[in-house]
Design a protein around this ligand. Structure first.
Ligand SMILES: [Zn+2]
Length: 348
């Protein structure tokens, strides 16, 4: 067999050339940058605070400004001062920043109160608390009151007739202090209704002074809504419930059929009677001589530049301060209370 040497030589040359080109290209390729190490997860409050609580933008500041109520609902009987506490040992809500700012500006503009904002447990000394009319827990989580003197001081503060205000995660605290958990009225047990949804709310008591802002109508709002541990929820025997989830609406009910909800034993009480169970969202109560206002709204920062919700907070705050007269007799046994469902769908 006659070999075709020129053809073989040219094929060999091509293979060699190809290999050289490939090697040259490989050398020209930029080396893959080393993967950036994932940021270590913040663990302490100081680390979480630095990473999660970001300053508001100028636009957000402006939206808060525009949403503020025009004035106080009731004339303050004295100069009022509120201690706003926002420390978190558990989950940190980024909305804390908007909440603190809205609460501060609302007090300044309406003249209803002034605030001092802190995350330092030392604020709970008896001497310091003496200078305040109410303590407001803005989205605090898993608080640890290690100093017994601070616990006593807060309970004495309440007993002396002062106010406690809880916003959203204020009910996710005091796991080693049952008295304080009982005071708030219920303890966090998950949130079947997530922050991304828009939920229907019914007024339990349309004629109540603190529901005036809703003008006798139920409403829809986007926020995260809690279910409370049945064994810690104080219930309508002690709480005057202002509004709750309207579970006659499909939007609210549908959430309960999602696997993460329907297969979770902690929701068994809701799942047993989803259409008739009460999921309270805002309430007031008297507690050992003091006044408490709690609202579960406030996971989303947008809630803090919603004019209706700022009015809702202001009215509750003025009740807790003792300036806005409102009936805090428990809901149970008050058969004449007028409940009003949410409209069929969200406005707009
Ligand atoms: Zn939340």
């Amino acid at each position: 067999m006659k070999r075709n040497f020129p053809a073989i030589a040219s094929s060999l040359a091509c293979v060699l050339l190809g290999a050289c080109v490939f090697l040259a290209q490989a050398q020209d390729q930029p080396k893959a940058a080393p993967k950036p190490k994932p940021k270590p997860k913040p663990t302490t409050w100081a680390e979480k605070k630095a990473q999660i609580l970001k300053p508001l933008t100028a636009e957000e500041e402006g939206m808060i400004e525009q949403a503020l109520p025009g004035g106080a609902t009731a004339k303050p009987k004295a100069k009022r001062k509120i201690l706003v506490f926002y420390r978190c040992e558990g989950f940190v809500h980024a909305s804390i920043v908007a909440g603190n700012r809205a609460l501060e500006k609302m007090g300044e503009k309406t003249g209803a109160y002034r605030v001092e904002v802190t995350d330092d447990y030392a604020a709970f000394s008896a001497e310091n608390l003496a200078g305040f009319d109410a303590v407001l827990f803005n989205n605090t989580t898993h608080l640890k009151f290690k100093d017994a003197a601070h616990r006593h001081a807060l309970m004495d503060f309440v007993k002396s007739g002062k106010g406690i205000i809880g916003i959203h995660a204020a009910s996710d605290n005091f796991y080693d202090w049952p008295d304080a958990a009982a005071m708030m009225g219920g303890q966090f047990n998950g949130h079947p209704w997530g922050a991304g949804g828009t939920w229907a709310f019914k007024l339990n008591d349309a004629g109540h002074a603190l529901n005036r802002v809703f003008a006798g109508k139920g409403f829809w709002h986007s926020d995260e809504i809690y279910w409370y541990k049945p064994e810690t929820y104080t219930g309508p025997d002690k709480l005057r419930i202002l509004f709750s989830l309207d579970l006659s609406k499909d939007a609210n009910l549908q959430e309960l059929s999602k696997p993460k909800i329907k297969d979770n034993p902690k929701y068994k009480e809701i799942l047993a009677k989803p259409k008739s169970i009460e999921v309270p969202v805002a309430w007031v109560r008297r507690y050992r001589g003091g006044r408490l206002f709690y609202s579960n709204l406030g996971h989303r920062k947008e809630t803090f530049w919603n004019p209706v919700m700022l009015q809702h907070y202001l009215d509750g705050i003025q009740y807790a301060l003792g300036d806005l007269k409102a009936d805090a007799k428990p809901t149970a046994g008050k058969q004449a209370l007028k409940a009003v469902p949410a409209p069929d769908r969200p406005a707009g």
